[in-house]
Structures are given as structure tokens and as C-alpha cells.
Write a protein that binds this ligand. Structure first.
Ligand code: CTP
Length: 409
């Protein structure tokens, strides 16, 4: 494997482990990459820009402007130039700033403009690493799609032993090579994803809805798009936004609208992932005017059933098309999920249980079991929704990579 011609943006923050950045730069260059270094003010206390520019063959950037001639260093251009960004070492402070968008230096500003995949290799003392604040920021970065390269255990700068040593440069390079080897593995795949809740109108100001946040569907869209897929995301009302240019977003409100959009788009797709929490029923009548209380003690709404989007797609599905459904069950979970595979003609179903803490609606994490049409299953621990998205995509679209990880039902 090589990194021939790859543009790597290396961010260095202020940690003792910055000495390893020199080796990392040298190894990246040896593998054929072009390396642009952005260093924080604190980073320069640990390693000099002279060493780093000699190794990378490029001036090292640390300010928004070059102080001698006023040249503006465009973080936007750097964001477009890079094929990957790696922050190594990443201190607790830099991780915190990245997780919260505090762009008070060139490194974090460049991160906010980054279009390519971002890797973060933390380096800090064990107490700082374990601290709830650091862990919260790392989790937030993970759910933003940043790939964390876990620190290793060993002797730390404080002479204490524990987890916090930055991963060795050789292993970081191997991770980057692996990423580029499988990086665009969904290129040209057309993937439709339904996400979020649907709102079923009662009158001009009220609706029937549910607690779906849309996070799982959006994570699936970002994961697929970052791997080169052309994604169409049909979403019910949510507060979420998409960032990847490969995602076309179609906003809908009700199950009927989502059904119409999905039926129109599906024939052009290779894959459909149905993660929306579609309302099973809608009010039979939508009142033109706001319904008044006017002394009524009881109000009865008559509901009619909504179309089943997944089942409709199942009927028009061609053999080469793949559909993946979701099931949220509270009892007889696997049996019910298997029934849905049959009824809705899914190839795979992702089962999440409301009995699992941290799984399901509104959480940033999820714990799933994936069942296949041909009677196999894979169960996963609690993970960020972005990592769950990766597991779902790998299981359904890259089955050869997980051949021996199935259990037979
Ligand atoms: N689904 C859909 N359209 C609907 C209802 C559900 O596309 N009108 C999809 C969901 O996006 C999900 C799967 O079908 O992928 C399972 O949804 P679920 O609500 O669990 O299934 P139901 O058929 O409604 O069964 P239940 O009786 O358990 O509610």
C-alpha cells in the first residue's frame, strides 16, 4: 500500500508527543504523500517549525497571516486541498475546541473548513484522557464522523503508567493507508435513505408525531457519502443538517409525502435504507381551522392507516436492488424482526431494542443486531450512531469483509 500523491494535512498541538510528528511526517513523505503541517502556538513549544518544514518540504503554517509578508493562509483552500486531515498529537484542549467549534487558532479553523476525512490521535496524561469532559468531547467528535485513533497504554510524560500515549507513527500511517485502500469503496453506488419522524396533521397548528430525531438516518447518509456514494436523504421534520456535498436532501412532512418521494426515487437507486419512524396512522380529516376546545370534555380523532413505504418498495424491488429496514421492538424481538424481513422483502433488518440503555430515539448512541434474509445475525455493543452506520453499511454492502463474523440463527 502507498500514499502516493495523497494530500495529508497534519495538525500538531502542544504535547510532548509532538516529537513523534517528525517521524510521522518523514514516514508520510516516504510513502509518497504531500504533507502540509498546521501547528498550534503551543505545538511550537515542543517542536520547531524549522524541523518540520525541512521534513515536509513546505512552510509550516501556524498563523492566519504570515507575519513577515502578510500572506493570508486560507483555511478554506487547505480544507479543499487535503485528502485527509490527521491531528497528531491531539491534546485535550484541541479535542475540546474541535468538538465545540472554538476556532481561535489556525488548526481548529482548518478543521472547520475540512471537506476530507479527519483522524485524531489523542496524547495526554491518563487522568486527562479519562476525564469525563475529554471523553464527552471524544464521543462528540466520533458522532461528528471524526475517526479517533485510540491512544495506547504505557509510560507517560508524567512517569505514570496508563492509557494516553499517542499511537506510534508507523501505526498511524498504516491506518491512513488502510483508509485510502478502502476509502471510496461506495463510489457510484446510489443510496436512498429515509430518516426522521413523520408529522400527521390534525389541524393547522397540531400534528401526531413521534420522538425520532433522525440521527441514525443522517449518520447513515454521512457515512455513505464519505465513502463515495451518491446519497438521497428523504427526511421528515428534524433539526439536523447535512454537510457532505454527495447528499441530496429531500424534506417531507407526512408519511404520504415520504411515500411519494420514495417511490419516485427508488427505481434509480441501488440500495434503500429505511430508517424513518413513519407514523402508521394519520387523522382521517384534517381540520381547516384550529380545533376549538369550546367546552368539549372528550375529543375523538378518527385515524386511517398510512401507506407502508418499505412494503411498497418491496413490491417493486428488482433483484439487483438491496433494501435494509429497521425494527424497534419491545418483545419477541428477533421473531418480530424476522417477520418484517418477510413482509417487507428486506435483505437485512437492523433491530434495536428499547430495553437497551442508550439505544433508540434521540440518543447519540445505538446498540443493534443486524439480521439477514438468509438467517444470519451479527450483534454489536453500544456505539456512536456514526459507528453503527459504518457497521450497517459494511454488513450489507461489504459482506466479504465480515464473512466469519456471522452467527447462524
Ligand atoms: N416503515 C415504512 N413505512 C411505514 C412503516 C414502517 O417504511 N409506514 C419501515 C420503517 O422505516 C422500518 C420498518 O418499516 O424500516 C419497520 O417499521 P415498524 O414501524 O417497526 O413496522 P410496522 O410494520 O409498523 O410494525 P409494527 O406493528 O411493529 O409497528
Amino acid at each position: 500500500m502507498s500514499l502516493q500523491g495523497k494530500h495529508i494535512l497534519l495538525g500538531i498541538s502542544g504535547s510532548i508527543a509532538a516529537y513523534k510528528s517528525a517521524t510521522l511526517t518523514r514516514l508520510l513523505i516516504k510513502k509518497g504523500a504531500e504533507v502540509q503541517i498546521v501547528i498550534t502556538q503551543a505545538g511550537k513549544e515542543f517542536i520547531t517549525p524549522v524541523t518540520l518544514s525541512a521534513l515536509s518540504g513546505r512552510p509550516v503554517i501556524s498563523q492566519f497571516f504570515a507575519s513577515d509578508d502578510g500572506t493570508w493562509h486560507s483555511h478554506v483552500d487547505l480544507g479543499l486541498w487535503a485528502d485527509a486531515m490527521i491531528v497528531a498529537p491531539a491534546t485535550a484542549s484541541t479535542i475540546g475546541k474541535m468538538a465545540n467549534g472554538i476556532a481561535d487558532n489556525m488548526l481548529v479553523t482548518t478543521y472547520l473548513s475540512m471537506k476530507a476525512a479527519v483522524f485524531v490521535a489523542p496524547a495526554m496524561d491518563l487522568d486527562m484522557y479519562k476525564h469525563i469532559s475529554t471523553q464527552r468531547n471524544i464521543e462528540r467528535l466520533k458522532s461528528d464522523g471524526v475517526r479517533i485513533i485510540d491512544p495506547t497504554e504505557g509510560e507517560l510524560a508524567s512517569h505514570l503508567e496508563g492509557k494516553g500515549r499517542m499511537e506510534e507513527p508507523e501505526n498511524i500511517v498504516a491506518i491512513l493507508e488502510q483508509f485510502f485502500a478502502s476509502g471510496n469503496d461506495l463510489e457510484k453506488k446510489k443510496i436512498m435513505i429515509t430518516a426522521g419522524p413523520t408529522y400527521e396533521r390534525i389541524d393547522p397548528v397540531r400534528f401526531i408525531g413521534n420522538f425520532s430525531s433522525g440521527k441514525m438516518g443522517f449518520a447513515l447518509a454521512e457515512e455513505s457519502a464519505s465513502r463515495g456514494a451518491e446519497v438521497t436523504l428523504i427526511t421528515g421534520p428534524t433539526a439536523l443538517s447535512t454537510s457532505h456535498p454527495n447528499i441530496v436532501r429531500v424534506d417531507v412532512e407526512s408519511a404520504i409525502e415520504m411515500h411519494a418521494a420514495a417511490l419516485k426515487i427508488f427505481p434509480l437507486m441501488d440500495v434503500a435504507i429505511l430508517s424513518a419512524a413513519v407514523a402508521d396512522y394519520r387523522p382521517e380529516q384534517v381540520a381547516d381551522e384550529k380545533i376549538k376546545r369550546s367546552g368539549k370534555e372528550n375529543l375523538t380523532l378518527s385515524l386511517v392507516s398510512n401507506p407502508d413505504i418499505a412494503a411498497s418498495l418491496g413490491e417493486i424491488k428488482k433483484p439487483e436492488q438491496l433494501t435494509i429496514g429497521f425494527a424497534l421492538e419491545t418483545s419477541n424481538e428477533e421473531i418480530n424482526a424476522i417477520k418484517k424481513i418477510e413482509n417487507k422483502h428486506f435483505d437485512y433488518i437492523v433491530l434495536n431494542s428499547l430495553n437497551d440503555q442508550g439505544a433508540g430515539f434521540a440518543h447519540d448512541t445505538n446498540k443493534v443486531t443486524i439480521l439477514s434474509r438468509d438467517g444470519k445475525k451479527r450483534s454489536f455493543p453500544l456505539k456512536s450512531k456514526r459507528e453503527v452506520a459504518k457497521d450497517i453499511i459494511d454488513t450489507a454492502l461489504k459482506p466479504s469483509t465480515i464473512d466469519n463474523e456471522w452467527l447462524y440463527l
